[in-house]
Ligand binder design. Structure first.
Ligand SMILES: C[S@@+](CC[C@H](N)C(=O)[O-])C[C@H]1O[C@@H](n2cnc3c(N)ncnc32)[C@H](O)[C@@H]1O
Length: 241
C-alpha cells in the first residue's frame, strides 16, 4: 500500500474542501508512473494532485469537471502545489476538460486508460444555479406554482441527471480501462452507492472485474473528526481483468 501522501498540508487553498478518503483512493488506484488516468471529478484538485505526483513527467492526467469555476481554481492550485513540492521537472501532462464525465468516458479510445477516480458530489455552484433557475418563473404568469414545488422538481431532475451520468460512466468503464487498470468511486448517498455496487457486481459476473472492496470503505475515526463531510462517503474499487 502506498503511504507517500503529499507533505503539502492537505486542504491548502481549498478552504473547507478537504479531499475525502484521499489515502484510500490513492491506494486503490495503485497508480503506475507514466500511465494515463482520469480524475472524473477534479473539484479543487485535491485528489488530482496526488495522482499527478505519482504519474511523473511521462504520465498523463485527464481531469474533468462540470463546474468551470472549480476547474479554474484547480488549475491554479495544481500549478502552485507542484511548484511548491519541487515537482515542475517531473510533472505529467495535465489536461483539464469542462464537461460531464459521461461524455468524456465515451470519448476515450478503448483500453487506453490505466484507471479513473470519481469522487461524486455536487458543486454548490450547480445547486445554487438549479435553485435560482427554479425560483425565477414564480414571479410571473397567472398560475403561480409554489416555489418549493419548483425547487423540488428542479432538484429531482438535477439528481436524476447526475445518476444517469454515473450509469453512463460505469457502462463505458469496462471498455475504457486497460487490463489491470483500476476504477475507484466515492459516493455520498445510497442511490449512487447502489448503482456502483450493482455495476461492479454485474461486471464481475461478466468477467470484466475483480472486486477490490467486498464492502464499501468508509472514513476512519481520525478522518471523521477532521472532516465531517467524510461521514457519508463510501468508496468502492474494482480492477479490470
Ligand atoms: C466532491 S467534488 C470533487 C472534489 C475533488 N476530488 C477534490 O479533491 O477537490 C465533486 C465534483 O464533481 C463535479 N461533478 C459532479 N457531477 C459531475 C459530472 N457528471 N461530470 C463532471 N463533474 C461532475 C462537481 O462539479 C464537483 O466539482
Amino acid at each position: 500500500m502506498d503511504e507517500g501522501l503529499s507533505n503539502t498540508p492537505q486542504g491548502v487553498g481549498r478552504g473547507q474542501h478537504v479531499p475525502v478518503l484521499l489515502k484510500e483512493a490513492i491506494d486503490f488506484l495503485a497508480i503506475r508512473r507514466g500511465g494515463t488516468y482520469i480524475d472524473c471529478t477534479v473539484g479543487l484538485g485535491g485528489h488530482s494532485f496526488e495522482i499527478a505526483k505519482r504519474l511523473g513527467a511521462p504520465g498523463h492526467l485527464i481531469g474533468v469537471d462540470k463546474d468551470p469555476a472549480a476547474l479554474e481554481i484547480a488549475q491554479k492550485l495544481l500549478a502552485v502545489e507542484s511548484q511548491g513540492a519541487g515537482l515542475n521537472d517531473d510533472w505529467p501532462k495535465v489536461e483539464l476538460i469542462h464537461g460531464s464525465f459521461a461524455e468524456i468516458a465515451n470519448d476515450q479510445r478503448p483500453g487506453t486508460i490505466d484507471g479513473f477516480l470519481a469522487d461524486l458530489g455536487v458543486s454548490s455552484l450547480h445547486l445554487a444555479e438549479v435553485v435560482s433557475a427554479a425560483a425565477r418563473p414564480m414571479n410571473s404568469g397567472k398560475h403561480r406554482i409554489h416555489p418549493a414545488t419548483l425547487t423540488f422538481q428542479a432538484l429531482r431532475i438535477f439528481v436524476n441527471r447526475e445518476l444517469d451520468d454515473l450509469r453512463e460512466l460505469l457502462e463505458a468503464a469496462p471498455q475504457m480501462v486497460k487490463q489491470g487498470g483500476r476504477i475507484v468511486i466515492i459516493s455520498f448517498h445510497s442511490l449512487e452507492d447502489r448503482i456502483v455496487k450493482d455495476a461492479f457486481r454485474e461486471g464481475a459476473k461478466q468477467g470484466h472485474y475483480e472486486l477490490l472492496t467486498k464492502k464499501p470503505v468508509t472514513a476512519s475515526e481520525e478522518e471523521l473528526e477532521r472532516n465531517p463531510r467524510s461521514r457519508s462517503a463510501k468508496l468502492r474499487a474494482a480492477q479490470r481483468v
